[in-house]
Write a protein that binds this ligand. Sequence first.
Ligand code: TXA
Ligand code: MG
Length: 449
Amino acid sequence: MHTRVLKIPERDLGKFKENEGYEKLKSWEVSQTQSSSLEILHEAAEYLRTKDTPVAFPTETVYGLGADATRSCAVRGIYTAKRRPADNPLIIHISDLDMLRNVLVPVNTTNGTTNGTANGTIKGTTDTVHDRIPEIYKPLIERFWPGPLTILLPNPTPSKLAPEVTAGLKTFGVRMPKSPLALSLIKLTGAPLAAPSANASTKPSPTTAEHVLEDLDGRIELILDGGSCHVGVESTVVDGLCDPPLILRPGGVSIDELRSCAGWEKIEKGYKDQSELGKAAPRAPGMKYKHYSPKAKVVLYEATFAAAKDGVQAEDFEAFVQDRQSQQDLRVGIIRTRYWKPAAGLRCGDFEKRETVKTETTQESQDTSELDVQETALYDTTSGASIGKLMDISIGADTRSIAQGLFSALRELDRRGADIIFVEGTVDDEDIGAAVMNRLRKAATRIRS
Ligand code: TXA
Ligand code: MG
């Protein structure tokens, strides 16, 4: 299968027509889109309606691997391309609230049509049923959609969604992405798109089209390239159907932001991080799998680890060298956040080779999507002999920039052949720090806490 990467610059995309308040989400207009980009979008939408191989597209969180959520064959194509376990449900992406309301209405089994119209009017009666979107979610929808928040809703029976989407669960996860490209694509397809992250299962999620190509070249036909993702970690998944409501996966919306919404003051953490994992099965099935892992070993320093601010501990480096059983050609990666100095305390030469790895962004805003990679020779502390190479990346001090650069940095160090990556962690309770640390704990082979 030949994989094509098609560029759609964000500046080419039209504006979306918004109304006021909650209903602002009702109608998105793909207007004024530059014709060459619009053609690509139409081609991709047609492909999604008719073919069974998924299409990769950018969202504001990470790249997604999309398929028409109402067609079983198409949804199965996602599991095949990703090599994803079939018991891990997918979330669906909608372009407007009417599309969601339509999914919430059961299919009429006698004539195969919807039992009611999208806005909730039962056919043949004058009754308008209540809006099937549960009240509890309305403040969240108003505040965070379109955006990085996934909510769980009851799946009607019979449902329009292919059973493969929900993997046998009675609920489905849904979000309205913020990316205009994603919204245009869903709108033109005219159906909700099931889309997990567009990486091969267990790899770090992709935040650029190149990352998708690295993992899925030859396994899919179309990758829409809209530049790099602004958030960089996946959406927050919440369950408001239980009391108290639960956060099932930390992500691009923080727990504090959720807590400030009416009805969500008592939200609890419904997931366990690696360090706390007991025998209990996680509520979001995807949380139990190995995830986000580069080929290199990852040693994570928790921000709470007393010596964390000093950099890499000598004994950790010794342990790595012993493990490698060699003092030659070592390739050591460093990912720094707030406190670590370049090289994180390891002995090395001057950082003469400095490179900015540009991940092309089509956004005209100030978003940085550049990785500053510095390479230098690494020396043995006692003999002074050169023993390999050090690759050092700083991804910023605040949790938003750490989130944006994290997966890129892990992938970049893998590309450069790192044997081990030492990572400076951040604190859980600052903004989206919980999401960053959750991903890092899953990627880590060893956690220093
Ligand atoms: O930001 C995102 O959410 C990205 C982009 C592409 O939108 N998508 C994404 O999808 O991360 P995925 O499939 O990789 O992750 C969805 C998570 C998984 O942990 C899954 O187990 C959980 O949501 N999930 C989906 N449906 C669920 C359900 N009905 N009940 C509980 N957990 C569910
Ligand atoms: Mg994923």
